[in-house]
Ligand binder design. Structure first.
Ligand SMILES: *Cc1c(COP(=O)(O)O)cnc(C)c1O
Length: 428
């Protein structure tokens, strides 16, 4: 399958769809309308589509609430008291973890802060954080204010990894070099697993190993990685990670986040944390006594009682992921994004009006391709939007297109290419 000979034709796209065992999965989702017709949706990197089952999952909890009220916490198999456990098998499979290493809770940015409380504890010797330049703004603000919270200067503490002049993506060797150069004072490497702007997947295993050798922790923001690329957080030895559920995980706008804390920190009383009663030993929680006793594993980082309605929407999507399986999704994803890449090259041709900045190597990218558009810019983007293509525009001149293997087809990608070609003819 790797050396597939792609073709720029509808017949070829249809043939690929015929051989796609995941094709039926697109029927499980609602597609939005643009100008009165069903859109070609390539924006799952920003907000995943709604599964048709989500409503029923939420409705069930509304009914439980109506019928049981407070008894819903302890009544039956679906008792809210244990509701966090339901999402663990799927989440563990998605991020490559043991179930006790993951839990769904809070929002992504909140979780970053809470995890930093435990994993960024600067002292005289170790106070530096390495991150990628041009990180997602929330992550930048988080790092900046965490450093200030400790009374330190962000300029002196935060080291940003930038690509070489004239390049768009970071070279692993350069990342390792910066870790090595700062090893005396390094407290933490905290970066994206998959860079939202360029679509680059970082070598989390190698980076983690280097961070540990330098005596630092390694944590990753997996907002664009979870549900998109294969992850083995446990085996890679990553200390902590967090993600959101509304991008590739299709769980609804602003919905619940999740965290990973490596087993080696499962029982670490020396790690400080900002605790709440839901992180306290479950068996003793209702004794309402003084003295925080954390639950084993990631659960010990929970603060508040579970958001049942949010988890219901999350579960609707996680059940679809379990059915599809990350391995099958990834296989299709490589082919689908490979097809998009092929078509972009076909269309852009010698003019070079489109330049893909996302890595060529499939193991260094997820489903998203980031395209620099050298002529026509936003007018081209607006033109294809008006023809029903939902992508994503980033100033000054980047278009992000994310064909997701769960609900995009090869025909979608072909149709986008046709519309893109026409839009370029008009404006570029
Ligand atoms: C989407 C995204 C966020 C958003 O954070 P929220 O707390 O969910 O609003 C943060 N960081 C990265 C890298 C993202 O991609």
């Amino acid at each position: 399958m790797k050396n597939i000979n792609y073709e720029y034709s509808e017949a070829f796209a249809r043939k690929m769809d015929e051989h796609d065992s995941l094709l039926e999965f697109r029927k499980k989702f609602f597609f939005p309308q643009v100008n009165g017709k069903e859109a070609l949706y390539f924006c799952g990197n920003s907000l995943g589509l709604q599964p048709k089952t989500t409503e029923a999952y939420i409705k069930k909890e509304l009914e439980n609430w109506a019928k049981l009220a407070v008894d819903g916490h302890f009544y039956g198999e679906d008792a809210w008291y244990h509701v966090r456990k339901k999402s663990k098998p799927a989440l563990a499979a998605i991020v490559g973890a043991h179930e006790h290493e993951v839990v769904a809770m809070n929002n992504l940015t909140s979780n970053l802060h809470f995890l930093m409380v435990s994993f960024y504890r600067p002292d005289q010797k170790r106070y530096k954080i390495i991150t990628e330049a041009g990180a997602f703004p929330s992550d930048m603000y988080m790092l900046e204010t965490q450093v200030k919270f400790h009374g330190l200067d962000p300029e002196k503490c935060i080291i940003e990894l930038a690509p070489r002049a004239g390049e768009y993506i970071l070279r692993t060797e350069d990342i390792l070099k910066v870790i090595e150069e700062n090893k005396e004072n390094l407290a933490l490497v905290m970066m994206a697993g998959l860079q939202y702007y360029t679509g680059q997947v970082f070598d989390m295993e190698v980076i983690t190993e280097a961070a540990h050798e330098a005596g630092a922790y390694a944590g990753f923001d997996l907002a664009h990685a979870a549900g998109n690329v294969p992850l083995q957080l446990h085996d890679w030895g990553v200390d902590f990670a967090t993600w959101c559920s509304y991008k590739y995980l299709n769980s609804g706008p602003g919905n619940i986040s999740g965290i990973f804390v490596h087993e080696r920190h499962a029982e670490s009383p020396e790690l400080p944390r900002f605790a709440g009663w839901w992180g306290h030993d479950e068996g003793e929680r209702f004794r309402m006594e003084k003295g925080f006793k954390p639950m084993y594993g990631a659960d010990g980082w929970q603060l508040a009682n579970s958001n049942v309605l949010a988890l219901a929407a999350h579960q609707a999507s996680l059940d679809i992921f379990e059915e599809a399986g990350m391995e099958r999704l990834r296989k299709k994803s490589e082919l689908l994004t490979g097809y998009l890449e092929f078509l972009i090259h076909e269309i852009s041709g010698k003019s070079g009006v489109l330049e893909i900045i996302t890595p060529k190597n499939p193991s260094e990218r997820g489903c998203q391709l980031s395209l620099l558009i050298h002529k026509g810019g936003k007018a081209v983007f607006d033109e294809f939007y008006n023809h029903g293509v939902v992508g994503d525009w980033r100033n000054p001149n980047v278009i992000r297109i994310a064909p997701t293997p769960l609900y995009n087809s090869f025909l979608d990608v072909y149709q986008f290419a046709k519309i893109l070609e026409q839009s370029l003819q008009k404006f570029a």
